[in-house]
Design a protein around this ligand. Sequence first.
Ligand code: THU
Length: 155
Amino acid sequence: MYKKEIKTNITFCSFDELSKQEKELIEAAKKASLDAYAPYSGFKVGSALLLDNGEILVANNQENAAYPSGLCAERVVLFYANATYPQNRVLSLAVAANKEGIFTENPISPCGSCRQVLLESEHRQNSAIRLLLCGEKEVAVAESVASLLPLSFNL
Ligand code: THU
């Protein structure tokens, strides 16, 4: 028997410390969150991703009366990117959330299913996807999805 310590690296910073491009991506995610369809939870999440051609794609969570049929903002935007820009790599993805127009104080972190899906995109494109997890107080920056999902499932 042996124990293994698994370490990960996440940088926490203020919005002001980010680059112009990162700020732009976060603003796009915040704006997209306002259009989320989340009548059941009231938790409106926006996602924005930057492609390697410089384009920014946005999406948000889409809920449904049959609860499990809904989908998180991260997967909506990622599946859209993979479906419409299959040749482009995703460089970074920002997530922000609001409740009744008030943005979360702490960074919003993707659920396990989204991490799994994001990780597969990272493997597919053979390069890291930088995550910007937004809160009003601070932003958490992960240099890759892998750092959020140790011991991940893979075939
Ligand atoms: N949600 C997201 O869209 N992204 C996350 O990272 C966490 C949760 C959605 C799912 C559901 O529509 C609502 O937020 C409440 O869980």
